[in-house]
Design a protein around this ligand. Structure first.
Ligand code: NDP
Ligand code: 8X3
Length: 253
């Protein structure tokens, strides 16, 4: 593998939470970072901190395929040789039961967590194969275990799990590694987005819960990228120590 200073990572959703901290972690280690997201003003500080030769901000809405193509085609020469794709951008919308959910919210989750993720992956696969690169997809424990209100969000993350394993299968012999990382509770803007700006709900979710931090996940992602090329972690499920299983619910007559 090329030395870190010659390697390039593209991280989606680098304007906030897990993606922003991960972009910092890789840039600090000498990687070149393509940092994506819709909020350009959140990417600029990264460029200022590490320099324009280290961090390139690519601003587009993941759901807008032509905009994604345009942004990727416009990557400067020094940022085109992508070795690692971290598919992190994603969201949950709504906490209520399926029967009360807003259909538009469901579609937004599917468009972002599934359609955009596969579109970007499809676009970058030839380059990743050429470079014997690596793909890390951010799934969730919500894709492994249902909980009330996880409905479509959990479904999208179950897709990410199966798609990751399918990629592993198809990429056999190419040297491209694929991992799905499945975090439990991490304190980010995730709950604010899910509750459409309810800061109190977000505070309540994390208060006294000792959630994982974006740094915890960034560290795991950096570890995955640092493993010898002969080694592939298929799945990595990480949760807060405070977060564990509940029994199955029984409805009684
Ligand atoms: P944040 O809300 O803090 O960050 C989400 C990121 O996704 C932002 O950078 C946002 O950028 C980007 N994003 C969302 N929609 C779009 C879009 N349409 N186009 C471009 N970028 C988009 O949440 P997290 O850091 O927590 O979430 C990161 C990933 O981790 C998600 O996939 C989430 O499902 C997953 N996850 C989170 C957990 C948690 O408890 N926090 C646990 C398990 C998984 P912008 O709005 O600027 O476009
Ligand atoms: C986010 C983790 O437990 O809120 O994917 O669904 S959880």
């Amino acid at each position: 593998a090329a030395p870190p200073e010659a390697r390039t990572v593209l991280i989606t959703g680098a304007t906030s939470g897990i993606g922003a901290t991960t972009a910092r972690r890789f840039a600090a280690e000498g990687w070149k970072v393509v940092a994506t997201g819709r909020r350009a003003e959140r990417l600029q500080p990264l460029v200022e901190e590490f320099g324009a030769d280290r961090v390139y901000p690519a601003v587009f809405d993941m759901r807008d395929a032509p905009a994604m193509d345009k942004a990727l085609d416009a990557l400067p020469k020094d940022f085109r040789e992508i070795d690692l794709l971290i598919n992190n951008a994603g969201l949950s919308l709504g906490t209520g039961p399926a029967q009360q959910a807003n259909l538009e919210d469901w579609r937004t989750m599917i468009d972002t967590n599934i359609t955009a993720l596969v579109t970007l992956t499809h676009h970058l696969l030839p380059k990743l194969i050429e470079r014997h690169g690596q793909i890390i997809n951010i799934g969730s424990v919500a894709g492994n275990y249902p909980y009330p209100g996880s409905n479509v969000y959990g479904g999208t993350k179950a897709f990410v799990d199966q798609f990751s394993m399918g990629l592993r299968s198809d990429l056999r012999g190419t040297g491209v590694r694929v991992t799905v990382v499945q975090p439990g509770m991490v304190e980010t803007e995730f709950t604010q987005v899910r509750t459409k700006g309810d800061a109190e709900a977000s505070k309540r979710t994390y208060q006294d819960a000792n959630p994982m931090t974006p740094q915890d996940i960034a560290e795991s992602l950096f570890w995955l990228a640092s493993l010898p090329p002969r080694m592939n972690v298929n799945r990595l499920e990480v949760v807060a120590t405070s977060q564990s299983f509940a029994r199955l619910e029984v409805t009684r007559d």
